[in-house]
Design a protein around this ligand. Structure first.
Ligand SMILES: Nc1nc2c([nH]c(=O)n2[C@@H]2O[C@H](COP(=O)(O)OP(=O)(O)OP(=O)(O)O)[C@@H](O)[C@H]2O)c(=O)[nH]1
Length: 128
């Protein structure tokens, strides 16, 4: 099965962390995730995450740290999910694709119903 490369950003707003909820119409409906998306042909990981965050959330971020990529197989597709920790820089947060968002304390994050591929990423983030 082909592996799709996807970047995502754990975006910090001061001491809060942004998580977003997929809409009913998306794959993995209503699951929580870190915003991001597929790397396009010719694009670097970092170009991709900046582009996706602007497209999905209308904000600019600064990347702080790359975490460990996760390879995960869902029924019918396989992804390599490449996470970055980032901080909010500018813009007004708008949800262009997702149905909801939360600015959560780190300890609250495990209570959300996460996309499965995000669980190891969440674990690494919480251990930092
Ligand atoms: N952006 C993002 N995608 C994730 C995360 N975790 C995770 O499993 N994914 C999966 O990785 C894929 C990313 O694709 P995407 O968000 O760009 O595209 P999509 O599937 O919604 O759109 P599509 O209908 O064009 O395929 C999705 O299948 C999504 O389910 C995450 O934290 N962030």
């Amino acid at each position: 099965m082909k592996t799709i490369s996807v970047t995502c950003a754990i975006i910090k707003f001061d001491d809060k962390t942004l998580a977003v909820q997929r809409s009913k119409a998306m794959k993995l409906p209503l699951k929580w995730e870190f915003a991001g998306g597929k790397i396009e042909a010719g694009e670097t990981e970092t170009d991709c995450i900046h582009r996706e965050i602007f497209e999905e959330l209308n904000i600019q971020i600064e990347l702080l740290q790359r975490l460990t990529p996760v390879i995960h197989e869902y029924p019918g597709f396989k992804i390599k999910l490449i996470p970055f920790i980032a901080k909010f820089v500018s813009g007004e947060l708008q949800l262009k694709e997702h149905t909801d968002f939360i600015l959560a304390d780190k300890e609250e994050l495990p209570n959300l119903d996460w996309a499965e591929a995000d669980l190891p990423i969440l674990k690494e983030y919480l251990s930092l």
